[in-house]
Design a protein around this ligand. Sequence first.
Ligand SMILES: C[C@](O)(CO)[C@H](O)COP(=O)(O)OP(=O)(O)OC[C@H]1O[C@@H](n2ccc(N)nc2=O)[C@H](O)[C@@H]1O
Ligand SMILES: Nc1ncnc2c1ncn2[C@@H]1O[C@H](COP(=O)(O)OP(=O)(O)OP(=O)(O)O)[C@@H](O)[C@H]1O
Length: 288
Amino acid sequence: MRLLVKAPAKINLSLDVLHKRPDGYHEVKMVMTTIDLADRVELMDLYSDTIQIISHNRFVPDDERNLAYQAAKLLKEKVGVRRGVAISITKYIPVAAGLAGGSSDAAATLRGLNKLWGLGLSLDELAEIGAEIGSDVPFCVYGGTAIATGRGEKIEHIPAPPPSWVILAKPTIGVSTAEVYRNLQLQSVNHPDVDGMVAAIREKDYEKICALAGNVLESVTLNMYPEVAQIKEQMRRFGADVSLMSGSGPTVFGLVQHDSRLQRVYNGLRGFCEHVYAVRLIGERHEQ
Ligand SMILES: C[C@](O)(CO)[C@H](O)COP(=O)(O)OP(=O)(O)OC[C@H]1O[C@@H](n2ccc(N)nc2=O)[C@H](O)[C@@H]1O
Ligand SMILES: Nc1ncnc2c1ncn2[C@@H]1O[C@H](COP(=O)(O)OP(=O)(O)OP(=O)(O)O)[C@@H](O)[C@H]1O
């Protein structure tokens, strides 16, 4: 049997870091939402009890370092299934970009194998398993729009934001999430108003969402890579209502509501940035 699963990217509309924890992770409070830019994860039954990764992207490992591999392995261990699977990953989400590409592939693998192997696990159970793979994986198991706390694994669902176009621009650098957290100086940051963002989303107040968007990690990555600051500035200059770095970067997203403005921002950025995408906010959760 074969099963095709979509693995959508996320953006962080608001990302605050509260403090560093004794376990080395940071306590976060953030608002995440899924966007219509997705990898394709295809799962195929194998006769032998092995996990195979097929990846055609030279930046994506095709062995046990792949987060989809780790997801399949962990799920097999948890439920005691002795079946093999080939996982073919077609990447559309840029790698090491702050869009949770690898986490979403892992989450799609958990959702897909749950179906393929008829395990009957709930999304909550899959999210709990996902938390062992990475902090962004539980959110990616559910998709939609949510407040994420803890190290990012505690998920509280909220309604989707009002419809909007999302323009993504990624400079040709990859960013290490661990390095960005390591370089964060918490005593000298402006904390975004995460509760205000949640209220704005509940009120479907697009202007307020744009006004309150903020990411505490942004200044860290901007200092390390000035080209990210340039893209952020260009995005606003071409007409985005807001521009913000997603996650630990380096991708910058901009929001616009009107098609005419979308063209201007998209074409403007294409002039000097190779990787530019125009997609919609999804904001709705995956079905079981
Ligand atoms: C930046 C975000 O993408 C925002 O959504 C996430 O906070 C990062 O999530 P992720 O890539 O799934 O992160 P993980 O794979 O769990 O951790 C990678 C590294 O980032 C750092 N890390 C991550 C999450 C967190 N709350 N505090 C941290 O300090 C740790 O050094 C960790 O070793
Ligand atoms: N399925 C996968 N897709 C992409 N990268 C993967 C995958 N599995 C493992 N990796 C490794 O993980 C690293 C980070 O890639 P990823 O695209 O997940 O970053 P990201 O979007 O910045 O993640 P996040 O936003 O969760 O911090 C890559 O450099 C790659 O070596």
